[in-house]
Every structure is written in C-alpha cells, then in structure tokens.
Design a protein around this ligand. Sequence first.
Ligand SMILES: NC(=O)c1ccc[n+]([C@@H]2O[C@H](COP(=O)([O-])OP(=O)(O)OC[C@H]3O[C@@H](n4cnc5c(N)ncnc54)[C@H](O)[C@@H]3O)[C@@H](O)[C@H]2O)c1
Length: 451
Amino acid sequence: MQRRIFLKNTGLAAASLAVLPGTKLFAGSTDEKVKIGMMGVGLRGQNHLELLLRRDDVELVSICDVDERMLKSAKEIITKSGKKMPEIFTGDPYSWKKMLEKKALDGVVIATPWEWHKPMILGSLDAGIKYVASEVIIGITLEDHWDVVKAAEKNNAHVMMLENVCYRRDVMAVLNMVRQGLFGEIIHLQGGYQHDLREVKFNDGVSAYGKGVEFGEKGFSEAHWRTEHSVHRNGDLYPTHGVGPIAQYININHGNRFMSLCSFASKSRGLHNHIVKQGGENHPNAKINFKLGDVVTTSIQCVNGETILLQHDTNLPRPYSLGFRVQGTEGLWMDVNKSIYIQDKSAKNDQWDEAKSWLDKYDHPLWKRWSKDTAGAGHGGMDFFVMHGFIESIKRKTPTPMDVYDAATWSAISPLSEKSIELGNQTVDFPDFTGGQWMYRKPTFSMGDEY
Ligand SMILES: NC(=O)c1ccc[n+]([C@@H]2O[C@H](COP(=O)([O-])OP(=O)(O)OC[C@H]3O[C@@H](n4cnc5c(N)ncnc54)[C@H](O)[C@@H]3O)[C@@H](O)[C@H]2O)c1
C-alpha cells in the first residue's frame, strides 16, 4: 500500500476494515476472543499479563521469555487467574521467532529491554501480525525509528507504543480542559521523567529494589540491562512519559509537528556516588564512568509556535514527579504544586487554585465511564486504559489510539537528544515521520468514552 494512503487510514479513528482493503485483521465475530502472544514477562510484562488475564475478550495464547525466574512468576499469575496456561517459548533470545511461526495471533505485546523492541516489532510485522503493542521506546537509533515506521506502512499494520501516562486521570482531565479552551491558546509546555532510579539501576541480583550496587550480568530486572544505557549513552533516554501527554495537548502529527530540538546534559555524579555510598569506594563498579548526565534538559520548537521543555532526571535523590506544566494565553496547570490558575475564572487574582476541583469538574469521559474497571490496574489505574485501547482496536479492526507515528516521534527524542549533546548542544532538525501528512491528519486520541 502506498505510504500516503496508509497515513490517511491510520488517521481515521473510527475507520473500519473497509479502509484497509484486502486485509483480514481479526477473523471472526466480535464474540471471538482476541488471541494475544506476549514477548517479555518481566516486571512490566507481568502487569500487562494480569490486565490481559482479567479480560474475557482475550485469550492468552503464548508467552516468551529467556529468564526462568520471570517465567515462574508469570506462570504463578496465570495459574492464580484460573485461565488456561499459554504455550511457553524460551531457551534462547530468538525463541520469540518460533512463537510467531507457530501460533496464529491477532496481536503481540512486547515488554522486553529497549534494544529488543525494534527487532521484535519488525519480526511480528514480517510474520503478518497486524497489531503490535510495544512498551515505551521503539528503537535506539534514529534509523530504528524509520525502520519501524516503514515496516508498519509496508505491512499495513498498527504499531502502538504503550504510553500509559497519556491516560493518567489528571493528564486526561487537562486534555479535556485544553480541548474546551480553558487555558486559551497553548504557548508552552513542560514535562519529563524525574524519577530517582538509583535503586532500579542497581540491585543485588535478587530483589528488584533497595539492595546492592550490581548491574549487568549480576543485576536483576532493569538492573540487568537498563544501566548499560547510562554507562554508554548521554541524552534524554526516556522521553515518552513526559512528551506523550504534551503531544496530545498540541496535536503533534495531527495539525502540528516538532520542528527542532536542542539538549543539554549536566555532569554525572549521582550513580557513582550511590555506588560508593552503598558499596564502598573499592567496589569494582565505583571505577565506572557513567556517560549519562544526571539532568538532561531538552527544548523543542513546534511548527505552530509552541515551545516544550523536557527533563530526564533519574540519578539523584528526588521524589517522583513528571513535572507537567501546560500554559496558554488564559492560564496554566502545574502538577508539582497540584495547581491551576485561569485568568478571570480562578478564585483570586494572581493566586493558584488547588487543581483538584478543576480536575474533578473536567474529568475525562473515558475515566467517568471506566474508572471502576481500573481498580487494581497499575500506576493508579492508567495501565488499564492503554491495554484496553489496544485490545478494543483489534476487536473493532480500527487504528490504535496512538499510532506508529506517535510512537516514532516521541521515542526518537532519545537519539536526537544524544546527537544534539554530541554536537555541543547544537539544534537538530526533527524528522517528519508522517512525510507531510501531519498537515491533514485530525486529532483522534480519546475523543469519546469508548477506548
Ligand atoms: N510504561 C511504564 O510505566 C513502564 C514501567 C516499567 C517498565 N516499562 C518498560 O517495559 C519494558 C520492560 O521493562 P521491565 O521493567 O519489565 O524490565 P524487566 O527486566 O523486568 O523485564 C524484561 C523481560 O524481558 C525478558 N527478555 C529479555 N530479552 C528477551 C528476549 N530476547 N526474548 C524474550 N524475553 C526477553 C527478560 O528476561 C525480562 O523478563 C521496558 O521497555 C521498560 O522501559 C514501562
């Protein structure tokens, strides 16, 4: 299918199978269960596993992982759910290929280390799967991002990045307020990933958090792989939780686009200091030079004139906050102080209102309808929606709520910020993954209360 036609199709929220000619996406009636295979059932994958097992419209057909301990936990979760044990693929890092060959799947959910996302997405698309959901970050290099976009277009398939923060309740209430014009015309936005990950990047190889300063072969869960990225790379390595909601507020790839980007990295101290404090200065890891700056700051200019400030801050002591700020000609929201101010509408001139009453009043229709179903789902319930969106799209044979262009655009900030820093903080052009179609595509994300 021609690129232009594919782009048009993926922009139609309620598109039916008719817009994807000749493609059988989901065989059978809406009563039939959606057949899902999972790649990676580590700590994040197990969250998705629980959500999938809770649904009556999903049949978990197969799972794949290379780690016996993670598989054991996953099997326990499945047994406890009372659902049928899926076929398990393991034994080597490419056993997911056997899973793709052997099982007829409607969709694949990927929750593996970042460097595995692109090969697993491409492998799934090559195997003819039309719906692929990947955990955040879809590639390492800029070329990886183009490869994923081109493969989705070539195969006429849907690739959704599981960016759950777009569904956070306050984030969605603010989306509702933005769409109703409460903040006026949006001028500037901020967000980021500001999360002390020192006890995630290091552990004792047994418990995931709180003990030890090991990583790599000796580390468990994310310490096994994520820390290497802090050793070798300097940039905003995890931009999507901050930029996803921001992109929805200003319709990126749907009438607007990122034009250029510039990043700065501070010096790197946090990870080294943590190792010395917890493991002593003679611990072998105390010799490692971490390339990742402790605070990486990125500015983005948008074609419609908005500016964005993103921060990646994962190596220093600090309480968690994504640091959202959404500011327009009439007022602003800031999540750190949980406040909103709207000119002529706030209680007092030049004084913050507590955000809560505004957020309650403008609760998004999705949350109003589904909040009971979010009980027990991860990250305050927002994880329910991201999986719900993926599964409902497969059932209805529609494009996913967030598409491959969203995925590539948000995730490509990592390699672009690395490049900017490497070039001495030079401003770099932002690629247009939509090939000019951003001008014509209309906003589609969460326009109603369905999914
Ligand atoms: N959206 C969120 O809120 C959120 C939260 C946590 C993690 N994540 C993302 O989820 C992904 C996974 O993170 P995690 O915390 O679960 O890490 P993890 O290390 O706990 O799990 C990764 C799993 O992938 C498996 N794996 C590695 N290589 C494999 C291969 N070749 N084939 C099959 N399985 C393989 C590992 O054995 C492990 O079980 C990452 O992209 C991470 O950034 C997202």
